[in-house]
Design a protein around this ligand. Structure first.
Ligand code: PGA
Length: 250
């Protein structure tokens, strides 16, 4: 399977800079004839209808589980439909831990977007205090984040994102990733991404870990040239495992 590369813009990039970024990535995929699946998750104010290569998808970082209604500050599928968005991130740690979404809220959201046929990138991962308790506790914690989630859903991609690695500059080690990914894959045979301080320089090592089908990247993907380098590295890994260096061009 070709490696997946996804960029989560979070609350960065404006409508204008998103458009430039998306168009740049689209031309790059075309020019290099890269067919790996690439996702970009802009802020909701920057969603739009883009005419893109088939393998480049714009998704929503969030959505409220309704078509429309009295939910101040939220957007529903009416708004996402306007831009033909049918991919969404659910369960991201910032929504769980900063915005206070409970597993119950997440299950409601998951079931709604599943019923609407969305491609769901479902994120899960443990905080540092749980990791420090050991692998049994970590797996137990992760399994609780699968509570109520239909893992047999066809249009599902999973993303293991340890909370302590997100936005901290401190990625999980390849050993940590290998262990968790192996355990998860045994339980759920779905594409499984890693996320948490992935950088251009660490990408290839992470993509080489068994059971890593791709990456979900925040901070290090916000410069378009860096994101294109990541896409390039991922595309080369399908063809050969030649070591690519950080300073490469392309
Ligand atoms: P990061 O974010 O790459 O900045 O750690 C990853 C994510 O939140 O998906």
């Amino acid at each position: 399977m070709k490696k997946i590369v996804a960029s989560n813009f979070k609350a960065t990039h404006t409508r204008k800079s998103t458009k430039e970024f998306v168009e740049d990535v689209d031309s790059y995929l075309k020019e290099k004839e890269i067919t790996n699946d690439v996702f970009i998750f802009p802020a909701s104010t920057a969603l739009d209808t883009f005419k893109l290569q088939e393998n480049l998808t714009i998704g929503a970082q969030n959505g409220y589980p309704v078509k429309s209604g009295s939910f101040t500050g939220e957007i529903g599928t009416l708004h996402l439909d306007e831009f033909e968005i049918n991919t969404i991130l659910i369960g991201h740690s910032e929504r769980r831990h900063i915005l206070g979404e409970s597993q119950k809220d997440i299950v409601i959201k998951y079931n709604y977007f599943k019923a609407m046929g969305y491609r769901i990138i479902y994120c899960f991962g443990e905080p540092l205090e749980v990791k420090n308790c050991g692998i049994t506790e970590t797996l137990g914690y992760i399994l609780e984040q699968f509570d109520g989630i239909d893992l047999s859903y066809d249009n599902l991609i999973l993303a293991y994102e340890p909370v302590w690695a997100i936005g901290t500059g401190k990625s999980a080690t390849t050993e940590d990733i290998a262990l968790i990914h192996k355990k998860i894959k045994k339980k759920v045979n779905k594409p499984l991404l890693y996320g948490g301080s992935v950088k251009v320089c660490t990408l290839q090592d992470i993509l080489e870990v068994p059971n890593v089908d791709g990456v979900l990247v925040g901070t290090a993907s916000w410069e378009v040239e860096d994101f294109k380098k990541m896409i390039y590295i991922a595309s080369k890994m399908d063809k050969d495992s030649k070591k690519l260096i950080c300073s490469m061009e392309g």
